[in-house]
Design a protein around this ligand. Structure first.
Ligand code: UDX
Length: 426
């Protein structure tokens, strides 16, 4: 089928490249010419494992990019809206970019005779596709629904593993206003071995939020249990390993520690809370999920102060700045509140991350190092903030510290290392 993808961020570019890999012809659209040029030369505008290989294979063949909405809509049968949905200052979803993309698509649809389906892939709160996107497209195209179709097809892609997740999904959800649009979207995935869940627009939107809210809840639940275990001298990892054997619970996302960050969990839980409040419902559990998550990083600093007393003038090594391993993304990273708290206490912070030093430099003027050992040199303590594999094997490197005090926020260090070891929740 012929597909246009609006927005060349991580979801748009990955979807475009993977749809090309499934045999479809894809045109990407963006307002940023530099991204268009990159894609047309087969270079990804963002880093994702496996993406460069796909773009190289399909750019100039089944995959191209343009600034021109009219061209993309005219030459395709389906358009996916894959633009960003940031939080507004109040934590609610900011639909500005989705609205702009819908208006542009509507203008182009007004100039096209054939049936065309618009699919929202951006994460939007329930009712958005029906009550925001649809009226904008109708208004701008001068056409009523039926002359064109509309659907909602959320993504469940992990950053860093997005290409793999797209091509090996455990669920595909297609919400649509009618059977015809839903059938067209579902058929795009016929090359994948995965059942397609068909539903209406608002249910599809809700499934995405519930998915992320549930995963975030699992983490905050694990952190709360971990905090209690810590007080009782119990290893929460031993507890959760046994608990996760219950097939109704499952072993994943039970790792307690410094909490969740990233571009999705915090933003999506906040947006779901905002939507619930709009209906007059106060979501107590979701509020607590965020509260527990906000507190976890400060527990790292409390443990540090329990050991060192005042940290004023002390050298504290922070290992890990990215919100998780294998990415340079620091959005909502738990190391941000930790570094801020350390600086507020006038500590001397020396940091290392294999990929994210550059991004953190934009936020904090602290000392950045190119290796863990350099960051650890002479330090009074070390905080492990990100689950990078290389931190697991740290051992003799700690010898270079002034005091070999390690506070581990990610359960990285195996027992038996020659350090004064404190686990955040274990
Ligand atoms: C997440 C969802 O997994 C994905 O389906 C959705 O589409 C986007 O949001 P991502 O943000 O890439 O993906 O990160 P993920 O790997 O899920 O981790 C999120 C955060 O949770 C990280 O900060 C990680 O350190 C933390 N985490 C994860 C825990 O603290 N404990 C765990 O057990 C798992």
């Amino acid at each position: 089928m012929k597909i246009s993808v609006i927005g060349t961020g991580y979801v748009g570019t990955v979807s475009a490249a993977c749809f090309a890999d499934l045999g479809h012809e894809v045109i990407c659209v963006d307002i940023d010419k530099s991204k268009i040029d990159l894609i047309n030369t087969g270079i990804p505008p963002i880093y994702e494992e496996g993406l460069a290989e796909l773009l190289k294979k399909y750019a100039g063949k089944r995959l191209s990019a343009t600034l021109d909405y009219d061209f993309a809509v005219k030459n395709t049968e389906i358009s996916f809206i894959c633009v960003g949905t940031p939080s507004d200052p109040g934590g609610n979803i900011d639909l500005g970019i989705v609205k702009a993309a819908s208006a542009n698509l509507g203008d182009s649809l007004g100039k096209k005779k054939d049936y065309h389906v618009v699919v929202v892939k951006s994460t939007v709160v329930p009712e958005t596709t029906e009550k925001v996107v649809l009226p904008i497209i109708e208004g701008h195209s001068g056409k009523h629904i039926g002359k064109f179709g509309i659907a909602m097809n959320p993504e469940f892609l992990r950053e860093g593993k997005a290409v793999h997740d797209f091509l090996h999904p455990d669920k595909i959800v297609v919400g649509s206003i009618d059977k015809r649009s839903g059938d067209m979207v579902a058929s795009l995935y016929s090359g994948l071995e995965c059942e397609v869940t068909r539903t209406n627009l608002r249910t599809a939107e809700m499934i995405k939020y519930v998915n992320n809210a549930f995963l975030a809840t699992k983490i905050s639940f694990s952190n709360e249990i971990g905090n209690i275990c810590k007080k009782l001298g119990i290893d929460t990892y031993e507890v959760m390993k046994a608990v996760g054997r219950d097939f109704r619970i499952g072993p994943h996302f039970l790792n307690s520690g410094a909490g969740f960050g990233g571009s999705c969990f915090p933003k999506d839980v906040r947006a779901l809370i905002g939507k619930a409040r709009e209906t007059g419902y106060e979501p107590q559990l979701l509020n607590s999920v965020l509260e527990v998550n906000e507190e976890q990083p400060y527990r790292m600093v409390s443990l540090l102060k329990d050991k060192l007393g005042s940290i004023k003038g002390k050298k504290i090594a922070v290992l890990g700045l990215a919100f998780k391993n294998d990415t340079d993304d620091i959005r909502e990273s738990r190391s941000i509140p930790v570094i801020k708290e350390l600086l507020d206490n006038e500590a001397n912070v020396s940091a290392y991350d294999p990929m994210a030093n550059g991004n953190m430099k934009k936020l904090f003027n602290i000392k950045y190092h190119d290796s863990a050992i350099d960051a650890l040199r002479g330090a009074d303590a070390c905080l492990i903030m990100t689950e990078w594999d290389e931190f697991k094997s740290l051992d003799k490197e700690f010898d270079i510290m002034g005091r070999k005090l390690v506070i581990d926020g990610r359960h990285m260090l195996a027992p038996g290392k020659d350090v004064e070891y404190i686990g955040l929740c274990w």
